[in-house]
Every structure is written in structure tokens, then in C-alpha cells.
Design a protein around this ligand. Structure first.
Ligand code: HEM
Length: 399
């Protein structure tokens, strides 16, 4: 049995194995849900590893997600400056009641029904990319050929962002999520992305459009700065996240042929398989973070007002109190209740879209290329360890 850490820990980032959370975070979890943690700026707060406690804090409005109140769990190039730079519509980093105003406007756009209506177009986009991959060279990089372009094109069409501009915004959003970017590079990426979005909002004001951004402009509920922030959040969240799930999920399946065959051959498995891959891989691996607005008792500890709590969602999703045999990938398990999309008021707005994309894309890929395999040894796949969103930088495959 490992001892509970006697001194404050730092946020663990090195994954134990390609798909597993850092080893020490799982050990600490077995000792308790909350541990004292030193944040990257020296703040003494908490690391939260347990599923039930994570769920409770995410649903508790005594905790804030405002940038100026939260401390960075790992060194962040823009630490302390982000809040001055993020536009007001970046509602992920707002609390109630401000958050409610944005969320209410957007919830109607991301319903299960609306996502169902998008299915034929997502199928078409997926099949076009598989055609191009089949015609192209072998080996192929699955990230560039498949995992990145599909969600990117889908979110562009939904929002009304010209897909032809992707070289610029994909480069900038990648720089923004890369914790190894210099402060200058990250700051410049944010400024460029905001300028791009502000310009797009102004164009939609001049020429009304029948897309999500056009609809938000027409609603008259948001000013241009708020619209810029909303559009920025949706564009970044909408393509980087699903893209990493598609690539990392395929990698995990290629390493586990029996699970891959189940997903490929049995259409009834797909819903559980998508949830299980979300749980098992938990790509949001460096947070979220919340800060207590008042003293809160949790799990036998007192979290004082002003203290930040950093979540390890990968650990919470491997909590044996919540999931049997949590370290095993089992695409047939009814994996409901994972925290990969968060929980509470900030629970992922795009989750139905992400699910729809994954339910369509994984089986289509595996059926089109029954002989799909890695083109390099697994150890040579470059992992996104120091990125806000975990995944692979490239996935060389052949068939
Ligand atoms: C597999 C893919 C995805 C994962 C794992 C994911 C994960 C998450 C998580 C964990 C949060 C909560 C963060 C927090 O509480 O601090 C979140 C929020 C959010 N996500 Fe996603 N997401 C995914 C796809 C998407 C997509 C496709 C969109 C498309 C628009 C999207 C838009 C958002 C937005 C707008 C928020 C903020 C919601 C709010 O503050 O009310 N996400 N996501």
C-alpha cells in the first residue's frame, strides 16, 4: 500500500502509459479524494482525484471558474494575463448568473435533435475524407487525413466559419493549447484568433447568414465583443477536442484488436464504445480548476475561501469506487457517469455533437480499412503530453 503524500504534491502530468493517467495520481486516489497541492504560481490549494467529490465540486456554485480567481495547476505561458485578454463572451470562464445568459442562448443550438439533423452531413464529410485517404499515399497521418479535418469542417459549417481559413486558425489554436509555446507566441495566437473572429462577426452583421453565428448576431442579445468570445470558444472547443478523441481512440483500439473488432463488427456496441473511449482516455487532463468563494467542507477537509481545486479527470474516471475494473478498456460496458465532458453548469455544450461525430467516424474508418494498423512502433507515436488536451501529434497508419 502506498502512503498518502505527506507534503503538498504538484500536478502530475507524465502519463504512466500511453493511455493511462500518471501512476502517482492513481496511487494518491486510493488514499483519498483530496490532496494538498502546490500550483504552478506557488499557491497552496488542492488536487481532486475522486469521482464523487469531483462531481460534487463541479456542481457546487460556491466554486468559481473565473480566470482571475483560479490558479494554474501547471506552468502556463499566459498565467496572470489570460483574464485581461479573454473577451467577455468566453463564457466557460464565467460564473452564474452571467454564464446563464450565454448558455441559455446556445443550448437550443446543440440539442440531440439538431445533432441528429447534422448526421447525414457528418456521414458525407467522413466518407469524403476516407475516399481521399484511400486514394492517397501510404502510410498516412491519421490526424491530418481524418481526425482533425472532420470535426474542423463540421464546426466550421455549423458556426459559419469559412473552412478555407483553417490553416490560420488551426495553427493559432494549436499554439494556444500548447503549454510549450512562448508567452509571445501564445499571446499573439490569441490576439490573431480574436481579430479573425471579430472580423467574421462584423461580416455576419453586414450580411445576415443562416448559420449559428449569423443566428446569434440576428438575436440581438450579444454585442460584438461577446459574439467574438463565444465564436472563439466554440471554434477552439469544437475541433481540437473531438479531433484528439478520434486519433487517440483509434490508437487505443489498434493496440487492442479484440476491442477494435467488437466496435467494427457490432453496430449495437457503438454507443457504449464511444462513452468508454471517452472515459478510458479522458483527454482533458490538466484541469479544470475551480476556486472556493467561501469555506467549504469536503471529504473531511476544509477548503478555505480563495483556495483553488485542480481536478484530475483522468483519475476520477478510473475511480474503482465508481467503475469496476477501471483500468480495462471494455467497449461493451455501459460507461455512463464518466466526467470527460465535465459536470454541472459548465458541462460540455458540444457533447452531443462530439458523440455524433465519434459514433459515425470510428466505425466508418474501421470498416473502410479492415487492415488498418500502425505504421511505426507505438513508442514512436508523438504524444501530446504537454498540451491542454491530450492526444497524439501524428498517427502514422497503413492498411
Ligand atoms: C470529445 C470531445 C470533447 C470533450 C472531451 C470536451 C470536454 C469538455 C469539458 C471537460 C468541459 C467542461 C470544462 C470545465 O468545466 O471547466 C467542456 C466545456 C465546453 N465544451 Fe466541450 N468537449 C468536447 C467537445 C466539444 C465540442 C465539439 C464543442 C463544440 C462546440 C464543445 C464546446 C464546449 C463549450 C462551449 C464548453 C463550455 C461550456 C460552458 O462553460 O457552459 N466541446 N468540454
Amino acid at each position: 500500500m502506498t502512503e498518502a503524500p505527506s507534503r503538498p504534491v504538484t500536478f502530475p502530468t507524465a502519463r504512466r502509459h500511453l493511455f493511462d493517467p500518471p501512476g502517482e495520481v492513481l496511487q494518491w486516489q486510493r488514499q483519498g479524494a483530496l490532496h494538498r497541492m502546490t500550483f504552478a504560481d506557488g499557491h497552496l490549494g488542492w488536487l481532486l482525484t475522486g469521482h464523487a467529490a469531483a462531481r460534487a465540486v463541479l456542481a457546487d456554485n460556491r466554486f468559481s471558474n473565473r480566470t482571475e480567481l483560479t490558479h494554474p495547476p501547471v506552468a502556463h505561458p499566459l498565467a496572470g494575463q489570460e483574464n485581461r485578454q479573454l473577451p467577455p463572451g468566453f463564457f466557460l470562464r464565467t460564473d452564474q448568473p452571467e454564464h446563464t445568459r450565454f448558455r441559455r442562448l446556445l443550448t437550443g443550438q446543440f440539442t440531440v435533435r439538431r445533432m441528429r439533423q447534422l448526421e447525414p452531413r457528418i456521414e458525407e464529410i467522413t466518407s469524403d475524407h476516407l475516399d481521399a485517404m484511400e486514394r492517397g499515399d501510404r502510410p498516412a497521418d491519421l490526424v491530418q487525413a481524418f481526425a482533425l479535418p472532420i470535426p474542423s469542417l463540421v464546426i466550421c459549417e455549423l458556426l459559419g466559419v469559412p473552412y478555407g481559413d483553417r490553416a490560420q486558425f488551426q495553427r493559432d489554436s494549436a499554439a494556444l493549447l500548447n503549454l510549450d509555446s512562448s508567452a509571445e507566441r501564445m499571446g499573439a495566437a490569441l490576439v490573431d484568433l480574436m481579430a479573425y473572429m471579430r472580423d467574421l462577426v462584423l461580416r455576419k452583421r453586414a450580411e445576415p447568414a443562416d448559420d449559428l453565428l449569423g443566428g446569434l448576431v440576428a438575436s440581438g442579445e450579444l454585442d460584438d465583443e461577446e459574439l467574438t468570445g463565444v465564436a472563439l470558444l466554440l471554434l477552439i472547443a469544437g475541433h481540437e477536442t473531438t479531433a484528439n478523441m478520434l486519433a487517440l481512440g483509434t490508437f487505443a483500439l489498434l493496440r487492442d484488436p479484440a476491442q477494435l473488432a467488437l466496435l467494427r463488427d457490432d453496430p449495437a456496441v457503438v454507443d457504449n464504445a464511444v462513452e468508454e473511449l471517452l472515459r478510458y482516455l479522458t483527454i482533458i487532463h490538466m484541469g479544470p480548476v475551480r476556486t472556493a468563494l467561501e469555506d467549504v467542507e469536503l471529504d473531511g477537509h476544509l477548503i478555505r475561501a480563495g483556495e483553488s481545486v485542480a481536478f484530475s479527470l483522468p483519475a476520477a474516471n478510473r475511480d474503482p469506487e465508481r467503475f469496476d475494473d477501471p483500468d480495462t478498456l471494455d467497449v461493451t460496458r455501459p460507461a455512463t457517469g464518466h466526467l470527460s465532458f465535465g459536470h454541472g453548469i459548465h458541462q460540455c455544450l458540444g457533447q452531443q455533437l462530439a458523440r455524433t461525430e465519434m459514433r459515425i467516424a470510428y466505425p466508418a474508418l474501421l470498416r473502410r480499412f479492415p487492415g488498418l494498423r500502425l505504421a511505426v512502433p507505438a513508442e514512436e507515436v508523438p504524444m501530446r503530453s504537454h498540451m491542454t488536451i491530450y492526444g497524439v501529434h501524428r498517427l502514422p497508419v497503413t492498411w
